[in-house]
Design a binder for this molecule. Structure first.
Ligand code: ASP
Ligand code: MG
Length: 453
């Protein structure tokens, strides 16, 4: 059986939903379909919530949101399901209005309230899609996607979620099954949570892994994984295939194709992922599996993470390199901060690594605590932070077999007048990454893409 996930643009309009319908209705009944909110709706729900908190006119926005859903129900939901779908969506729209009203009255938008508001996107799209597809059987993801608190984030409780999914879909033949992505419920408090922006992919992966699916199909609005962001590189190409590791690295380093946590659960079960285009359903797409096709494409892509912050530890540290890096890395991990590049140590015992600028405050506290002894006894002069940077990654399993590849990358940058501020240690077999000033992001991507493609 296959799990299919349709993103926001795929379920955003009457026209695109017709494609979704014909894709799903051509498949066997044991299919599970995971849907996002209507395209752009999550952003709009958030913007309207902020508007309400500021005392703005949220009603006009809420009316437009309602109208968009009603048009789709009117045009596409099957006649025998129309009334029940209208009732369900109508009461969710009432809940949305009441919540905005409350936000507007108190003039404040607590995080938990925002979580309820954004959940309504998928809570409305799922019954609509279930009503459009022949024999569509609706499931409520809040019943089986459970999260736990981890610092200030909600993360999936993987084993509880797996058990609940298996129970929920025992009658797998009686589908196709439809459920909302992204939304979840706190296993302890019962509050509505979510898996993070873009999290519908992850919901689909959790379901695919729990049900031992044959394939996870991510239906989107592009023909597949490309060698670079096509808005930057006009002649970026669609890759026919890549490995799980390569897709993981590309997504961690900024490719917006799949929400990064998605890959692990299916990788673990060796369930291939296909990236397919709802608007061009016969295109072959990209197959992500344990095979890399490294011969044809040693390098798979060039990506960027903007809003990078470079952290530097400088002084006369005597501890070995691995020791310092491990301490810094662990101190940050304990505080929920991930490090996406560990740089080669500089000449004068300088250690640097890249984090997201948004994590700077937490990182400052964590590192000052961890290295307090060295800061006091003078072994460490300072811990400094530099914002306004980008991390660029060159990803591909064939990279390790290319002679002098790091040198070629650095020379190319130099020819284009771009100076990397830090380079990865090169200990990852699939990725070479470096940090540049944010203004050089596009230039660096163009230079490196040109070198390999
Ligand atoms: N609707 C959510 C978002 O826009 C989740 C998703 O589409 O994957 O982030
Ligand atoms: Mg997405």
């Amino acid at each position: 059986m296959n799990v299919l996930k349709f993103g926001g643009t795929s379920v955003g309009t009457v026209e695109s939903l017709k494609n979704v319908r014909s894709i799903v209705e051509a498949l066997p009944s044991d299919t599970v379909v995971v849907v996002s909110a209507l395209g752009g709706l999550t952003d709009r729900l958030i913007a309207t919530a902020r508007l309400a908190a500021e005392g703005g006119d949220w009603r006009t926005e809420a009316d437009a949101i309602a109208e968009r859903h009603y048009i789709i129900i009117e045009e596409l939901v099957r006649p025998d399901r129309k009334q029940s779908t209208l009732t369900v969506v109508g009461s969710l729209l009432d809940e949305l209005r009441r919540t905005y009203e409350g936000v507007s009255l108190i003039g404040d938008l607590p995080a938990k309230t925002l979580d309820v508001i954004v959940s309504l996107g998928e809570r409305m799209s799922a019954p609509i899609v279930a009503g459009i597809i022949k024999n569509g059987h609706l499931h409520n993801s809040l019943d089986f996607i459970k999260t736990e608190k981890w610092f200030d984030k909600n993360i999936a409780d993987a084993s509880l979620t797996r058990d609940l999914i298996i129970k929920e879909f025992v009658d797998i033949e009686k589908g196709p099954h439809v459920t909302g992505g992204f939304i979840s419920q706190d296993r302890d408090t019962g509050e509505i949570t979510n898996l993070g922006r873009g999290g519908s992919d992850y919901t689909a992966a959790l379901i695919a892994a729990a049900l031992d699916a044959d394939m996870l199909d991510i239906w989107t609005d592009v023909d597949g994984f490309m060698t670079a962001d096509p808005r930057i590189i006009k002649d970026a190409i669609v890759l026919p295939a890549m490995s799980f590791i390569e897709s993981m690295e590309l997504c961690t380093f900024g490719a917006k194709v799949i929400y990064p946590p998605t890959i692990y659960p299916v990788f673990h079960k060796n369930i291939p992922i296909r990236i397919l285009n709802t608007f061009n359903p016969t295109a072959p797409g990209t197959l992500i599996s344990d095979a890399s096709c490294a011969k044809e494409y040693p390098v798979k892509g060039v990506t960027a993470i903007r809003n990078t912050c470079l952290v530097r530890l400088s002084g006369n540290l005597t501890e070995n390199v691995a020791g310092i890096n491990t301490r810094a890395y662990n101190a940050l991990a304990r505080n929920g901060v991930s490090v996406f590049l560990l740089a080669q140590p500089g000449e004068n015992h300088e250690f640097s690594f890249a984090i997201a600028s948004a994590d700077r405050q937490v990182a400052t506290r964590a590192l000052n605590e961890e290295f307090a002894p060295e800061l006091i006894d003078g072994a460490l002069d300072s811990i400094s932070f530099e914002d306004g940077l980008s991390t660029i990654a060159v990803v591909g399993e064939g990279i390790r077999h290319l002679k002098g590849v790091n040198g070629r990358i650095l020379n190319t940058l130099m020819r284009f007048g771009i100076k990397p501020l830090a380079c990865s240690e090169g200990n990852s077999d699939t990725t070479f990454s470096f940090v540049v000033e944010e203004k050089d992001t596009v230039g660096a991507i163009k230079a490196i893409h040109g070198l390999f493609f």
